[in-house]
Design a protein around this ligand. Structure first.
Ligand code: FAD
Length: 444
């Protein structure tokens, strides 16, 4: 209970802290506001135009600072997926503010004639200050558009390359601000933007320079098992120090193997399916796209790197405090497999109902091992749900197999439609929102 509260509070506090950091430029901005800024509509629009510029840049810099992906840094946010939701929200807020910024300034200038409004938006080509602002905004639109799925689901690797334009957008945006720099009292301008730009730059440097050198641990593929036609389980041996992690964590794994048809040098997130007590790492990889399909043919001896651990799915992976309900679908079984392997290795138990959603017996990944593990973990009951025979998972099925459902911490990991369906069922069955924990295998 205490841990749930601390998990919730710290995730909320961490997010509030990030949003609260925008109060720093806001306060500095407020110090520069004069009575004349409110004298008529044009002055107010001008004030709002400058304010949206300041907030937009602050949101953009904070969003960049959150993209660092330093192992452990995601913990107070409740895991990397949640941290990236904050990053995403800040990016969206930045775009809205920065689109409103030139429009508000132009509306303000319109009070002095349409010519001035037009010149505010499109001045002489030599006006570097204004044109650098436009360039930053256009760059932002280009690198953010795929994120908002304007053009359908993007190819992940192309999306990542386009997203790197954010570095250019930030530099040009800072140049634009430095060239204008009229809004805040002089020193606060310098201090505020240096602080936020330093955080953003530090994050980018970590992500693209240091994390590759010090953040990635070298491993060798020791064994390749095939639990199903389209799934491989890799066992990885450390070449240097082993990774420390908890059951339910995931890592970014990068294969360095020219024999692969695809994905050489490409990092992808995979949940560790081993118990942290095992000397090697294990991960089960389903063929879901080009790189994961190529990994189906990886051979023992191949070199990979592992970066992490990330994520915070289970409240306390080492023990079962309050009663738990687990619901998994497809490859979403991996965090539960890790936890069961871990609880069995620890020789501990609890009160667990595990509803394992599969299409039919033939596609029930790891079913035999899960049944054997459930037999070794006191208080763990595994209930398979067969879609082809029983239809979509229903509230009746949940109630029949878990009478005290509203008394349990619920953990869900599966395809998005299943995640959504189960969350709706749980809410209808009076499970409090704070007791529902989900892991999504989609980070965009
Ligand atoms: C936290 C987390 C844990 C995961 N654990 C597992 C696991 O245990 N086993 C497993 O088989 N799969 C897991 N996945 C999914 C796995 O990362 C994707 O299947 C893999 O990245 C697909 O890459 P691809 O090039 O083969 O496919 P693509 O064709 O590039 O993409 C297929 C899908 O995967 C998504 N994807 C691709 N690359 C990434 C990336 N780097 N980060 C986030 N999403 C991406 C795309 O948005 C797309 O929806 C996990 C994903 C996340 C976010």
């Amino acid at each position: 209970m205490l841990q749930t509260v601390s998990k919730l509070i710290s995730a909320r506090v961490a997010r509030l802290l990030v949003w609260g950091l925008t109060l720093v430029p806001l306060t500095a901005f407020a110090l520069g506001v004069r009575a004349a800024d409110f004298q008529d509509l044009a002055s107010i629009l001008n004030l709002l135009g400058r304010l949206t510029g300041v907030l937009g840049l602050a949101f953009l810099l904070l969003s960049a600072a959150l993209s660092a992906r330093v192992p452990g840094f995601d913990q107070p946010f409740g895991g990397l997926t949640r941290l990236w939701r904050t990053h995403h929200a800040l990016g969206a807020a930045a775009l809205i503010m920065l689109m409103a910024h030139p429009l508000l300034l132009a509306f303000s200038a319109q009070a002095h004639g349409e010519g001035l409004a037009f010149a505010t938006l499109f001045p002489a080509l030599t006006d570097l200050a204004t044109w650098s602002g436009w360039l930053a905004l256009v760059l932002m639109m280009i690198f953010l558009a795929p994120t908002f799925s304007f053009f359908g689901n993007p190819d992940y690797e192309r999306w990542k390359r386009v997203h790197q334009l954010s570095v250019a957008a930030i530099i040009v945006g800072l140049l634009h601000t430095a060239l204008f720099s009229r809004t805040m009292p002089y020193w606060s301008d310098v201090i505020v933007w240096t602080l936020l730009a330093g955080m953003a730059l530090g994050a980018v440097l970590w992500r693209f320079v240091f994390s590759r050198r010090v953040g990635r641990l070298p491993y060798t593929v020791h064994e390749v098992r095939r639990p199903a036609n389209n799934v491989v389980e890799l066992t990885l041996e450390p070449r240097r120090r082993p990774l420390k992690y908890q059951a339910g964590n995931f890592v970014y794994m990068t294969p360095f193997d020219h024999d692969l048809d695809n994905g050489h040098g490409e990092e992808h997130p995979y949940t560790l399916s081993s118990s942290p007590l095992e000397p090697s790492l294990r991960m089960a990889i389903k063929d879901l796209g080009n790189a994961s399909r190529a990994l189906q043919s990886i051979k023992p001896g191949a070199r990979v790197t592992v970066e992490g651990p990330y994520g915070r799915f289970f409240i306390d992976p080492d023990r079962v405090g309050s009663p738990e309900l687990w619901i998994s679908g497809g490859i979403g079984v991996t965090p539960f497999l890790a936890r069961m392997r871990h609880l069995a290795a620890l020789e501990t138990g609890g009160d667990i109902r595990f509803i394992y959603c599969v299409q039919d017996e033939a596609r029930a990944l790891y079913l035999l091992e899960l049944q054997a593990l459930a037999g070794r973990i006191p208080g763990c009951k595994l209930v398979p749900h067969y879609f082809y025979r029983e239809g979509p998972l229903s509230q009746t099925f949940l109630r029949e197999n878990c009478g005290d459902i509203d008394q349990r911490e619920a953990y869900i990991c599966g395809p998005q439609p299943l995640n959504r369906l189960v969350q709706a069922h749980l809410r209808a069955l009076n499970v409090p929102r704070r007791a529902i924990h989900t892991e999504e295998f989609e980070l965009l």
